[in-house]
Design a protein around this ligand. Structure first.
Ligand code: ADP
Ligand code: MG
Length: 313
């Protein structure tokens, strides 16, 4: 089994809080390519919400629609319970592409210029530099920064207007391992100060380490959504075999209709969230006239869960 880090924020602490974002049947095509298909997402206040999917699955397209850069073909979304309007944008800080910083100017000067572009006051420059741990390097030229520092400055820039939500697209792409660790730590620290974070990533490990909630998408389609604990960490597999496999399959459909069932050679494999009660399952099947020749329950590795979820579509 994978060695799991402790959960940072227990999902029950944020369930039931206000929805920051809700999308309904959001869709977008580029010509014949259906990039996003009828996407329903719900992001609660305080969540670090990961949109997880392989490259080309529609993550950037989704974020672009949510930020008003692209117009959806169909569907709708609300931020803070309201239909999108330009005034809401000040509550949403975003980092979609690498921002252009001036290499020879200092971190501070670059942020001051960003303030001019964003039409926000420069009073928060020190605060955001401090938040991303760059205050000691405020007067250093951007070009002297490591990859992690450069990306932390980009995040600082997204925080200038003190938004309630931070939207990040593949925030660790192109960084060296040290930079990746720094940026992940920073995202966690920002969330702990109460901001809601929406993050797109194709890296399972990143979502597992940083996010409290996840939506798994593939080819523009939502495959699963919920707490990281439920979706990625708490999946179990039950392998079963009996002489009469057809009867076994039928009985299982009655016992655990929500569980995903597949045939794997001469076994039936059930995938379910939460640990199943093997004794109860065995007793139930026996009462149905089925005697098992094999019963094995194991917790799925994260990679297994992810591969299985994304292979389903
Ligand atoms: P992701 O961010 O998950 O990698 P994207 O949203 O960038 O996915 O892309 C989703 C799909 O849309 C892909 O098939 C991609 O090739 C296609 N796509 C993205 N942008 C464009 C565009 N400007 N024109 C045409 N096709 C695009
Ligand atoms: Mg992308």
């Amino acid at each position: 089994m994978t060695d799991l880090p402790p959960y940072r924020i227990l999902s029950h602490q944020i369930e039931g809080l206000n929805n920051v974002l809700k999308t309904q049947a959001l869709a977008k095509s580029y010509g014949r390519i259906k990039a996003v298909k009828s996407l329903d997402l719900e992001v609660s206040e305080g969540a670090v919400f990961g949109i997880l999917g392989p490259n080309g699955s529609g993550k950037s397209t989704t974020l672009s629609m949510l930020l008003g850069i692209l117009t959806p073909d169909a569907g709708s979304f609300t931020w803070f319970g309201q239909a999108p309007e330009p005034a809401l944008r000040k509550d949403i800080g975003a980092l979609l592409e690498q921002p252009n910083f001036y290499p020879y100017l200092s971190a501070r000067k670059n942020l001051e210029i960003a303030c001019l572009i964003k039409e926000c006051s420069t009073t928060r420059v020190n605060t955001v530099l401090e938040q991303v741990g760059l205050l000691p390097r405020a007067e250093s030229a951007f070009k002297t920064f490591s990859t992690g520092m450069k990306q932390r400055l980009a995040i600082a820039s997204a925080l200038l207007a003190d938004p309630k939500v931070l939207v990040l697209d593949e925030p660790t792409n192109g960084l060296d391992p040290q930079g990746i660790a720094e940026v992940r730590e920073l995202i966690i620290a920002i969330a702990e100060r109460g901001k809601t974070i929406l993050l797109a990533s194709h890296i399972l490990d990143e979502v597992e380490k940083v996010c409290t909630h996840v939506a798994v998408i593939k080819q523009g389609q939502l495959l699963a959504q919920g707490s990281v604990l439920d979706i990625l960490r708490n999946q179990h597999q039950v392998e079963l075999r009996a002489d009469d496999m057809a009867a076994l399959e039928q009985a299982l459909a009655g016992y655990a209709p929500a569980a995903q069932r597949r045939r794997d050679g001469n076994l039936i494999v059930l995938s379910m969230i939460g640990e199943p009660d093997g004794t109860a399952l065995n007793r139930y099947l026996f009462e149905q006239g089925l005697v098992l020749s094999h019963l094995r329950i194991h917790k799925k590795r994260l990679e297994e869960s992810f591969l299985e979820i994304t292979a389903k579509a």
